[in-house]
Design a protein around this ligand. Structure first.
Ligand code: RB5
Length: 150
């Protein structure tokens, strides 16, 4: 696992559609020894994904978390809401290639998963790959800086 997640707990959150997968991801994190803070949802009652995305993104902006995982039905709404925050680079990943690229090239700090898009096995690959990969730096530094400095 990358060094970043040794220092601060990883934040994890979902809406109702992502709740079951979030609970599964928490089991994997525990097995891998990754500390996390669950910001909800805490059951499958209908709820609004931006509430959770904003709470997690705010924690990243304030430095409480370095990495986070957000789960909704498609991953898209969580990504859209989280990416409204300065310092947040949320990536919707659908396989291990996008998960690795998100970290190595884009220095993504939020992984967004769609519970209605990926099966449990693929989700496990995505999360593991995302957490094991780290930013390559080099030629990507200036490009990532241009995301924020527009
Ligand atoms: C909930 O039905 C669904 O819209 C939500 O989980 C997410 O997929 C939105 O992007």
């Amino acid at each position: 696992m990358s060094e970043e997640i040794d220092n601060k707990p990883l934040a994890i959150a979902s809406d109702h559609a992502g709740y079951a997968l979030k609970e599964q991801v928490k089991i994997w994190l525990s097995q891998w020894g990754v500390a996390y803070r669950d910001l909800g949802a805490f059951d499958e009652r209908a709820t609004d994904y931006p509430d959770y995305a904003h709470a997690v993104a705010d924690g990243i902006y304030k430095g409480q978390f370095s990495l986070a995982i957000l789960v909704c039905g498609s991953g898209l709404g969580m990504g859209m809401a989280a990416n409204r925050h300065a310092g947040v680079r949320a990536a919707v990943c659908t396989d291990s290639f996008t998960a690795r690229s998100a970290r190595t090239h884009n220095d993504a700090n939020v992984l967004c998963l769609g519970s209605r898009v990926v099966g449990v096995g693929v989700a496990r690959d995505i999360v593991k790959t995302f957490l094991e990969a780290s930013f390559e730096g080099g030629r990507h530094i200036g490009r990532v800086a241009k995301i924020e400095n527009r």
